[in-house]
Design a protein around this ligand. Structure first.
Ligand code: IPE
Ligand code: IPE
Ligand code: MG
Length: 253
């Protein structure tokens, strides 16, 4: 969440522009305390505000948070209901604060399975924060990476059907322009809390060259220090994108 300004400081060159987080481990955090998963989800939401501020201070332009996957509808109805209520109250409570901070809020995922009331709250929060020029927060809700790629493919197929483009024109660039987040910087760093080391149908396309960072910390315990550990690890990575950063043997031949 860049504050702009002149000159590019060293930390801006080295640090990620876009960080995405799979916020996992609420259930286990609660179970360890003899509490229901709901208590874990409530504690988890509380971590977000500090992180937004920390990202602004660290010149991270975009923070994308995985809040609810396409598959999370399979959870017990009571838990799903609680998650929807939490999402709604989060939007109502935090949108104005984000507007004051200049943070633009965006929600990515299907919306049609949410209640009309929640859909309205999403639209209002996005509208309220639309002018924010001091960073972007993307909340992935009812999001699945496979859905994302499928909806991009469908939009291209519709253009072909209308005679607006040829099948031959469909390539990785065309598809990449239609997946979610296409207008934002690429995801540099993808963090998952709670020790699980899988993507769970999060950003499949967009993570093609993201650096992955896994931590055992459960999401409700994930604080700014943990973010800094991830950022430090990121700075030590050698991002080669399939190339050879040192020029390799050929360079010395
Ligand atoms: C992540 O926490 C939050 C959501 C998936 C909504 P979990 O509820 O998955 O926590 P664990 O994995 O059961 O500990
Ligand atoms: C992924 O976590 C989804 C979110 C964190 C929102 P899950 O807990 O649903 O993933 P699995 O079931 O462990 O793969
Ligand atoms: Mg989980």
């Amino acid at each position: 969440m860049s504050t702009g300004g002149t000159g590019v400081a060293a930390h801006e060159q080295l640090g990620p522009r876009h960080v995405a987080i799979i916020m996992d481990g609420n259930g286990r955090w609660a179970a360890r305390r003899g509490l229901s998963p709901s208590a874990g989800h409530k504690a988890g939401v509380e971590r977000i505000r500090d992180l937004i501020e920390a990202c602004q201070e660290r010149h991270i332009e975009v923070l994308t948070l995985f809040a609810f996957s396409s598959e999370n509808w399979q959870r017990p109805p009571k838990e799903v209901e609680l998650l929807m209520t939490l999402f709604h109250s989060y939007l109502r409570r935090e949108a104005r604060k984000m507007q004051e901070q200049g943070v633009q809020l965006r929600v990515m995922g299907r919306r049609d399975r949410f209640s009309p009331r929640l859909q309205r709250a999403i639209a209002e929060a996005e509208e309220l924060t639309r002018e924010g020029g001091n960073g972007t927060l993307v909340i992935a809700a009812d999001y699945g990476g496979q859905w994302d790629i499928a909806q991009a493919a469908r939009s291209l197929a519709e253009e072909v059907a209308r005679g607006e483009r040829s099948p031959e024109s469909i390539d990785d660039k065309a598809l990449g322009e239609r997946v979610q987040l296409a207008d934002l910087p690429p995801v540099d760093l993808l963090i998952r809390s709670s020790g699980e080391q899988r993507i769970s149908n999060f950003i499949l396309w967009q993570a093609a060259y993201s650096e992955f960072y896994f931590t055992e910390t459960l999401w409700p315990d994930f604080g700014v220090e943990e973010l800094d550990s991830a950022l430090n690890a990121y700075r030590r990575r050698d991002r080669r994108y399939g190339g050879r950063s040192d020029g390799g043997l050929e360079a010395h031949a």
